[in-house]
Design a protein around this ligand. Structure first.
Ligand code: SAM
Length: 262
């Protein structure tokens, strides 16, 4: 069946069987409960179904049903749900879930946040834009270090599994890609209150990259600048520092001692 790729749903399909097998094999999902976001024309789906214990796929585009129906029928362990992944409750599909997906790029960041914030998700292997991958794995002091890099190291380990060139997709996107692997920690590093503070102060710290931490936090929380400076100094942090130089441990220490309104 012919299917016209829909740009608005971020449809860039994979065809290369060796690449698809490599992604599935390296995702370590044998006999596990797996979620696929956006099965599309089912390129990854069959390979996932062959290894998973149970496979649940979320596809927003119902016009793909005639292509996906035969796959669903061929594999008893597979269910395709025609729903927006972003508004679906994924926690009901098991206590230990593993995600494998060639994600629709227009919602890469919201998908990643949903996955890290959902307790039941243990690992995620995701095809994403190379540029976002660089930000996710960046270390303090590097150009690409940002809010996402800090938040990712908070939730677990993130590493790049492989680079994927743009010509591997149909239609071809304007950017190269990479597959990243997120392996989440079993237990959060901070208790719920400190975690809430941590996520807020990290986000606001990087709001305007060229501004100092003091200025970003002043704008976000209206705290007196000299007070923020002394707060930083009490952690032996340069009061003129920019967020790109602050480590996750420093952010966590500050979150633990934070006494200002958010
Ligand atoms: N997995 C296929 C492959 O690798 O060839 C397709 C990948 S394509 C990059 C992204 C897929 O996600 C498309 O099938 C698209 O329709 C679907 N999609 C887009 N937005 C979605 C959403 N909010 N919820 C579920 N699926 C979505």
């Amino acid at each position: 069946m012919q299917h016209q790729a829909k740009k608005r749903f971020g449809q860039n399909f994979l065809r290369d069987k060796n690449l698809l097998k490599k992604i599935v094999n390296e995702s370590n999902i044998l006999n596990k409960d797996v979620i696929e976001v956006g099965p599309g024309q089912g390129a990854l789906t069959s390979f996932l179904a062959q290894q998973a214990h149970k496979l649940i796929c979320f596809e927003i585009d119902t016009s793909l049903k005639p292509i996906l129906d035969p796959i669903e029928q061929a594999y008893e362990n597979t269910q395709i749900i025609y729903q927006d992944f972003m508004t679906s409750d994924i926690s009901i599909y098991g206590n230990e879930l593993h995600v494998v997906a060639n994600v629709p790029y227009y919602i890469t960041t919201p998908i990643i946040f949903k996955l890290v914030e959902t307790k039941q998700i243990k690992t995620a292997s995701l095809m994403i834009q190379k540029e976002v991958c660089e930000r996710l794995i960046a270390k303090p002091g590097s150009k690409t270090y940002n809010n996402l890099s800090v938040v990712m190291s908070y939730y677990g380990n993130v590493y790049k599994m492989m680079d994927v060139k743009r010509h591997m997709f149909v239609p071809q996107p304007n950017v190269d890609s990479a597959v990243i692997r997120i392996e989440k920690r079993d237990k959060p590093l901070l208790e719920p209150n400190a975690e809430k503070v941590f996520l807020s102060i990290v986000r606001s710290a990087f709001k305007q990259k060229r501004k100092t931490l003091v200025n970003n936090w002043f704008e976000a929380y209206q705290i007196d600048k000299t007070e923020i400076q002394s707060f930083l100094e009490s952690f032996n942090i340069d009061p003129n520092i920019r967020a790109e130089k602050v480590t996750i441990n420093q952010f966590m220490d500050m979150a633990g001692a934070w006494s200002y309104d958010l």
